[in-house]
Design a protein around this ligand. Structure first.
Ligand code: AVJ
Length: 325
């Protein structure tokens, strides 16, 4: 997805002064998205409270295999994984969401250190962290509401372990993925990163995972427009956009789009933007990897790929990336 593009002046001047930072970011990036061709916006804007709840529902869908496959791997191999953490290290989770998967690690980790869940959805993170504190009274939990693709202000610590499940690395293109891993390497030096990576597989299986029969993924995708109407007063006719997701085998990624069924005008920060009939807003890429392909990417970022755990069907993988001091 596009890095934050500097704003054309006629857009910069339109920004609503005093808007909360997250809304200001959303407004700025939506204005850029609507001002360029093809129109595309970061998938991070899926995750308002409603979007986070919709994603939780996606994780339980029969077609969406990544979550249950990864949870199976974490449950089966948590002892081996946490043995690599060592005692008393801080555990930083990127994109922690509902903070469910980490419980499998906490239950197996002999001497856990502090837990720092990071997520862009502040409200969702606060609720999930409070519940974790109740369930793990001896654990020090320090939630951080932030965009994990940007450098994080982490509490000082000699040994940190990163935890990045769910194949959220897949939202970043290859170059941005290496950049993110390089940035993360700096914050886990002397420790390492435990990361979930969705694997290349039959296109039909991928297609089904992003086009579930219950329509939850479509609602999750459209929720970005609902959010733009709520927070930016955009006036999207949400029902006049089709959810369109497909696997693109050359770049080995699933793409999600919202395609306008008719010509329509939306208005953000007082400016009108046209959508032609059939024009799309590209909302997400989800890159898939082979195990060797991902290890090469991790090496390029400076990590030392170690143990890998994958299910028998090789649908999903979890990698330990050591970060020598
Ligand atoms: C959270 C980014 C890993 O790409 O599979 C699920 C998000 N998008 N269904 C993914 C998502 C559509 C998910 N990640």
């Amino acid at each position: 997805m596009r890095a934050t593009t500097p704003l054309p002046p006629h857009v910069a001047s339109e920004l609503r002064p005093g808007a909360p930072p997250m809304v200001a970011d959303f407004e700025r990036e939506m204005l850029v998205a609507l001002s360029t061709r093809p129109k595309c916006i970061s998938p991070k804007y899926f995750y308002d409270a409603a979007g986070s709840r919709l994603f939780d529902r996606i994780c339980d869908l029969p077609e969406y295999y990544p979550t249950r496959t990864e949870v199976g791997l974490l449950a089966r191999h948590a002892r081996e994984m946490t043995a690599l953490f060592g005692p008393g290290a801080d555990l930083v989770e990127f994109g922690a969401g509902s903070v469910t998967k980490v419980r499998l690690l906490l239950d197996a980790w002999e001497h856990p250190g502090r837990f720092i869940p990071v997520d862009i959805s502040a409200e969702h993170l606060a609720d999930a962290s409070a519940q974790l504190c109740r369930d793990y009274p001896g654990l020090q939990v320090m939630p951080l509401a932030a965009d994990f693709t940007r450098p994080l202000a982490l509490p000082p610590q000699t040994r940190r372990i990163g935890f990045f499940p769910g194949s959220s690395i897949g939202n970043l293109g290859p170059i941005a993925a290496v950049r993110f891993l390089r940035q993360t390497l700096q914050s886990v030096l002397g420790g390492g990163l435990l990361i979930g990576v969705d694997l290349v597989k039959q296109p039909a299986r991928l297609h089904a995972a992003y086009n579930d029969s219950a329509g939850v993924t479509a609602a999750f995708n459209r929720n970005l427009l609902v959010r733009a109407n709520l927070e930016l007063g955009a006036g999207f006719d949400v029902d006049a956009f089709d959810h369109y997701a497909f696997y693109e085998p050359v770049q080995q990624r699933v793409e999600m789009h919202l395609v306008s069924r008719r010509a329509q005008t939306v208005c953000v920060a007082g400016r009108a933007f046209e959508f032609a009939e059939g024009e799309s807003l590209h909302t997400e890429n989800s890159y898939k990897y082979t195990i060797d392909g991902f290890r090469q990417l991790a090496r390029r970022a400076g990590f030392m790929p170690g143990a890998v755990w994958a299910d028998d069907e090789r649908l999903f993988s979890v990698h330990w990336l050591a970060a020598p001091a």
